[in-house]
Design a protein around this ligand. Sequence first.
Ligand code: SME
Length: 160
Amino acid sequence: MVDKVKIFAKLLPRLEQVLKGRAAREEKLQRVCDLLKAEVPYFDWVGFYITDPEKPDDLVLGPYNGAPTEHVRISVGTGICGRAAQTRRMFVVQDVSKEANYLACSPDVQAEIVLPILVGGGVWGELDIDSHTLAPFSSDDGEFLGKVCALVAEMVRGQS
Ligand code: SME
């Protein structure tokens, strides 16, 4: 059994260091994806979707780590990502086969968690994680990833 609390406790300061560092925004977001995917065994695809400033009803794929996806642009309201943006709330799906409004990236994916990144009262983007394990997410994941998204939001506010 994976000791996720231990993994998260060790990982959060490393992610904070990356996000508060001097690299460019894209590079930091890529590093966050790489670290999350490498360190959490049931995180099989980790990526950011960013709200298109030209078309705020669309989310555009940003840095990610995992299999390439055809879903490079998602409309608000569509799929799990689009609905998390619409409600501005975390969306956890423990079994994607039971979701009607779902955009499949790979048949291996069994569960997904999406968290909006809120900046200035709007959805700046989202953190999206797919898992090949069924029902892998608990409140610990939500709490940890919420902290990661708060750090990303802080970085975005600081750079804009
Ligand atoms: N499954 C997502 C689409 C993005 S992929 O997981 C990378 C959704 O339903 O919104």
